[in-house]
Ligand binder design. Structure first.
Ligand code: F6P
Length: 324
C-alpha cells in the first residue's frame, strides 16, 4: 500500500490532532504517501483531499479540535453519496483509509468497505467512551477533566448558598463521563442510562444528606438518562420533594469537547493512530484499533458499533457508598 488518506468525522474530540500527527509521521516512517480528507465524509464526497507530510503536523499534538475539521455527513448516508466518495478516492489513487471518530463514523466506514472494498482501519475518537473494543477513547479523559473543573467550581458556589445543583454532562447514550465525574467530583448522586436511578431514589439520597446536616449537594445527570435531562429531573424533584430546596441546573454542553488534550489523551491518540496505520499497512481492514488491558487490539467495526460496553458495577456502587 503506497497511498492512504486519514479523516476525522462526527463530534470532534481533544486528541484527534495527536492522532492525525501519529498517522502522518508513521506513514512517513513507512514510506507511504498520506492525504488528509477535510470535513470527514463530506470532504470525501467533494474531493476535498489535501497532501500531508511530517511538517504539516508540526505543533499540533497539544491542540484541541481537529486540523482536518469534522462533520456529520447526510449525503454519505445515501448510495449516490458513497459512490461519489469512492470515485474521488479512485481519482487520487488512494488505496487505504484511517478513520478517526465514533459510532457514526464506523457505521459509515463499515458500509463503505462492504460496498467498495477499500480497506479502512479506525481509531476511536469520541469524548463519550462508548465504543466496544477499547477501554478508553481519544478525548474522553480530557472531557472528564474539563467537566470536573467546572463541577469543582460549581461546588464552591453550591456550598456558599446551600444549594442543590443538577449538572448535566455529555455522553449521548452512555454514562461514562457522568460516572467518572461523579466519583472524582464527590457527587451525592449520579443518573446514567446504564443503571436506572429513579427520581425517588435521588430524593431519598438528598433527604438523607440533609438529615445529616449536609447543606449543599451535587447530582450529575448524563444527557442520555432515562428520567430525562437535568432540567426535567430537577423539576420533578422540586415538585415532589417534601422539603423546599434551592435548586439550580447547569448544562455543561460543548465546553466538554474543546481544550488542550491531557497527557493521557495525547499518548492514547498517538498509540491508536500509529496502531491503526500499521494495522492497515499489515492488511487489517474493517476494524478499529483499541487498547484493552494495555494491549493494542483490533475489533471489527460491526462489534464496536453493536456491542455494549458496560459501565462497571463497582463504579456505580462506589458513588452510592462514598456520597453518604
Ligand atoms: O458524540 C459526542 C457528543 O458530544 C455527544 O456527547 C453529544 O450527545 C453530541 O456529540 C452532540 O453533538 P453535536 O455537536 O452535533 O451537537
Amino acid at each position: 500500500m503506497k497511498k492512504i488518506a486519514v479523516y476525522t468525522s462526527g463530534g470532534d474530540a481533544p486528541g484527534m490532532n495527536s492522532c492525525i500527527r501519529a498517522i502522518v509521521r508513521g506513514a512517513a516512517y513507512h514510506g507511504v504517501e498520506v492525504y488528509g480528507i477535510v470535513r470527514g465524509y463530506n470532504g470525501m464526497i467533494n474531493g476535498d483531499i489535501i497532501p500531508l507530510n511530517s511538517q504539516s503536523v508540526s505543533n499540533i499534538i497539544q491542540r484541541g479540535g481537529t486540523i482536518l475539521k469534522s462533520a456529520r455527513s447526510k449525503e454519505f448516508l445515501t448510495t449516490e453519496g458513497r459512490k461519489k466518495a469512492y470515485d474521488q478516492l479512485q481519482a487520487k489513487g488512494i488505496e487505504g483509509l484511517v478513520a478517526i471518530g465514533g459510532n457514526g463514523t464506523f457505521t459509515g466506514a463499515e458500509i463503505f468497505y462492504n460496498e467498495f472494498k477499500i480497506p479502512c482501519v479506525g481509531a476511536p475518537g469520541t469524548i463519550d467512551n462508548d465504543l466496544y473494543g477499547t477501554d478508553y477513547t481519544i478525548g474522553y479523559d480530557t472531557a472528564v477533566n474539563t467537566a470536573l473543573d467546572a463541577i469543582d467550581k460549581i461546588r464552591d458556589t453550591a456550598d456558599s448558598h446551600d444549594r442543590v445543583f443538577f449538572i448535566e454532562v455529555m455522553g449521548r447514550d452512555s454514562g461514562y463521563i457522568a460516572i467518572q465525574c461523579a466519583i472524582a467530583g464527590g457527587a451525592e448522586a449520579v443518573m446514567i442510562p446504564e443503571n436506572l436511578t429513579p427520581v425517588s431514589e435521588v430524593m431519598e439520597t438528598l433527604q438523607k444528606g440533609f438529615s445529616k446536616a449536609k447543606s449543599s449537594s451535587i447530582v450529575i445527570v448524563a444527557e442520555g438518562d432515562e428520567e430525562g435531562n437535568a432540567q426535567k429531573v430537577a423539576q420533578k424533584i422540586k415538585d415532589q420533594m417534601k422539603i423546599e430546596l434551592d435548586i439550580r441546573v447547569t448544562t455543561l454542553g460543548h465546553i466538554q469537547r474543546g481544550g488542550v488534550p491531557t497527557a493521557a489523551d495525547r499518548i492514547l491518540a498517538s498509540r491508536l493512530g500509529l496502531g491503526a496505520l500499521e494495522g492497515l499497512l499489515r492488511g487489517e481492514k474493517n476494524v478499529m484499533a483499541g487498547v484493552v488491558n494495555n494491549q493494542l487490539v483490533y475489533t471489527p467495526f460491526h462489534d464496536t458499533i453493536t456491542k455494549k460496553k458496560p459501565v462497571s458495577e463497582d463504579l456505580i456502587r462506589m458513588v452510592e457508598i462514598l456520597s453518604t
